[in-house]
Design a protein. Structure first.
Length: 377
């Protein structure tokens, strides 16, 4: 390799936590003077964010769900890699992990980053097949990069053997400032919300994110806090089903770009996910200074550490409701947890630390120095 490294990121998700993560890495690496490309579908925000960062976006047609078309996705990606000739390929999430490792089979330095394992998302006879695939495909990755120790442990528990690296997720602390308690009222007013105890859940409306469990838990919350309101921010395939369960105090806000305002409006933020790697949405809520109630998925315990909120068993609607109600009923407790949440993000989840660590990993794989700092944007 001569000159600055040439990197290609591959991602089927173009929004949400994975999309933001890829855009953040592309921006950092382009600022270092590296040649950076992002291959992804053209919908969503990632293509625009890639261009704004000074990197090149390459359209990659790929469906979200696995199926017969996945082989065609791999063929398309193989052509892209053959044309661009990168020094290193960074595959994000399960679809890119499938297509990229199948297409390359270790011929180039390859990082696979699950952002939550594929076998966590499936049930029935498909699950053993997904585990078998991850075990086989691990040999075609120079490194498997996990965003939490729990995500790495989950892979090892399922028999995946790899060159493991763990770099926890992070957030831009300048973008996600701490919201004061006094900001709640003004945020609710500006968003058109009633000024009453408020729980906010931000995320794609889908089985993974567990909004159905939250609705199941809500009668228990209302039993303790009768005037509580629940706000779901996001859209997705479960939106129609959730709307059919609408009740007084439920607000389905849809997809919003001003997520920080919705977090500021919250007394408690909840993430009832069934699986994660380490939720960036959770870290954004913590950076906003809000108490968090999260299910016991990978990354949650590491981030909250018993100081910044509550961990409840995955799928346990009763425990979820009890933890939320306890914080709505004790403002001092919720405020203390919110303060601790911000402090933990500042100590352990600064985006600058994350991007520097990823650059260092690239340097190790390519045998180059990653010491060059990004240029000011």
């Amino acid at each position: 390799m001569s000159g600055e490294p040439s990197i290609i990121h591959v991602s089927q998700p173009t929004d949400g936590g994975v999309g933001r993560y890829v855009a953040d890495l592309a921006a950092d690496q382009a600022a270092r003077g590296w040649r950076v490309r992002v291959a992804s579908p053209t919908y969503g925000q990632l293509a625009e964010q890639t261009a704004a960062a000074g990197a090149e976006h390459i359209p990659w047609t790929a469906g979200r769900a696995p199926g017969p078309g996945s082989l065609l996705d791999a063929t398309r990606l193989s052509r892209i890699v053959g044309t661009t000739e990168p020094d290193l390929v960074h595959l994000h999430s399960s679809k890119a992990g499938f297509a990229g490792r199948l297409a390359l089979r270790g011929r180039l330095p390859t990082i696979f980053q699950p952002h939550a394992w594929s076998f966590e998302a499936v049930r029935g006879p498909v699950k053993p097949a997904a585990v078998a695939w991850e075990r086989t495909a691990a040999r075609w990755a120079s490194a498997i990069l996990c965003v939490s120790e729990a995500e790495r442990a989950r892979g090892e528990e399922h028999g995946v053997h790899a060159s493991w690296h763990v770099i926890p997720n992070g957030v831009d602390l300048d973008m996600w400032s701490e919201a004061a308690p006094s900001d709640r009222g003004s945020a609710r007013t500006s968003l058109g919300l009633e000024d009453r105890p408020t729980v906010v859940c931000v995320g794609r409306l889908c089985r993974q994110k567990g909004q159905d469990l939250l609705l199941e838990a809500w009668p228990l919350v209302r039993g303790s806090v009768p005037d509580a309101q629940l706000v779901l921010v996001g859209d997705g395939p479960d939106e129609a089903a959730l709307r059919r369960q609408a009740f007084d105090g439920l607000v389905l806000a849809g997809r919003r770009s001003n997520v920080a305002d919705w977090l500021a409006a919250a007394d408690v933020v909840t993430l009832p996910s069934r699986w994660e790697g380490m939720s960036i949405g959770m870290l954004e809520a913590m950076a906003s200074g809000r108490s968090v109630v999260a299910s016991d998925v990978p990354g949650a315990r590491e981030a909250l550490d018993g100081e910044a909120g509550a961990i409840v068993p995955v799928g346990d609607a009763a425990a979820l409701g009890q933890a939320i109600a306890a914080r709505l009923g004790d403002a001092a407790r919720a405020a203390a947890e919110g303060k601790a949440a911000r402090q933990r993000v500042e100590r352990f989840h600064d985006l600058r630390t994350v991007t520097a660590a990823v650059a260092e990993l690239y340097g190790e794989l390519l045998g180059i120095s990653s010491s060059r700092e990004p240029s000011p944007l």
